[in-house]
Write a protein that binds this ligand. Sequence first.
Ligand code: NAP
Length: 299
Amino acid sequence: MTILLIGGTGLLGGAVAAELVKNGEPVRALVRSGKHIEYLRTLGVEFDVGDLCDPRSLRRALADIRVVVTTAQSDPFDRNTRIDHIDGKGNQNLIAAASEAGVEHFVFVSALKADVGSGDVMLLACKHAAELALKASGLRYSIIRPASFQEIFGNDLVPLKQYVQQFGVGLIPGNGKGFHSFVSIHDVARTVVLALQRSEAINTVIDVGGPDDLTYREAYTRIMQMTGQPRLILPLHSRLLAVGGTLSTPVFPNLRDLLDLFAFCDRVNYTCVSPTWLIDALGRRRSFDDGIREMYSRC
Ligand SMILES: NC(=O)c1ccc[n+]([C@@H]2O[C@H](COP(=O)([O-])OP(=O)(O)OC[C@H]3O[C@@H](n4cnc5c(N)ncnc54)[C@H](OP(=O)(O)O)[C@@H]3O)[C@@H](O)[C@H]2O)c1
């Protein structure tokens, strides 16, 4: 049964595609363009062209699909798209089209504390609205709420690694006192596959995080112990983030919301305890140190 994956060209989406393929699942990636598809090509997945903001393309793509997995989200640095269009209306379009097409299982990758943070962060409000729409749709669903990815410290979108390596500075988006259950995208991807296999994952919300709860300051200290860098850890306090958000709005309208998300995480502690069945099924999870070792040995 082919699985339609939306968001496959993204960081988590690529890991999900790889994990599905490893488990022998046929995958069709819904992509917006031919950009960033090389990795998916190497996995041998099928492609379809579509967009969350184009309901017709979704109806067409879903015609012969029984299982949907979406990891899609808006890009905070994209000047031309808006969070409420993609994470808001776009997710609602996808749920409506899946419902119409008689999809049997819908796996939605949301975000930890989407409900608690919906008053403070637009991305979380959109995620939570999609969760509610999915629950009300009558579709069989699994909602996966990951904590912050360990890969934040190693990817190009938020260039924390570049600052560490080029300038010896560990930039903290916020005061750095809030704890995060930093999780590897590989363990989130394995959770997506388990959601398709396990009865415990049906019609429920699954928090996935850890195994380590760390503040940003502690995370950089670990990185420093392993790599010798950064020499300086620099918090960008919430007020500074707020000013940065306001100043950046004309150029990057979505960026403010990312900064709001960082401030929210600082305030509430972005931590969770994953369900026991999931921890047991995952077995050895990738520790923060494992993740850093892998990301920082690649250069
Ligand atoms: N990063 C974290 O720490 C974190 C924590 C908790 C939850 N999450 C959630 O985990 C999920 C994956 O995050 P990520 O960092 O892997 O995301 P990402 O790398 O930014 O990838 C986003 C994906 O969404 C696709 N997309 C964007 N707009 C679309 C549209 N209109 N129609 C169809 N596809 C569209 C992008 O396609 P293009 O290649 O065409 O742009 C890309 O494949 C997200 O839902 C995020 O909210 C992330």
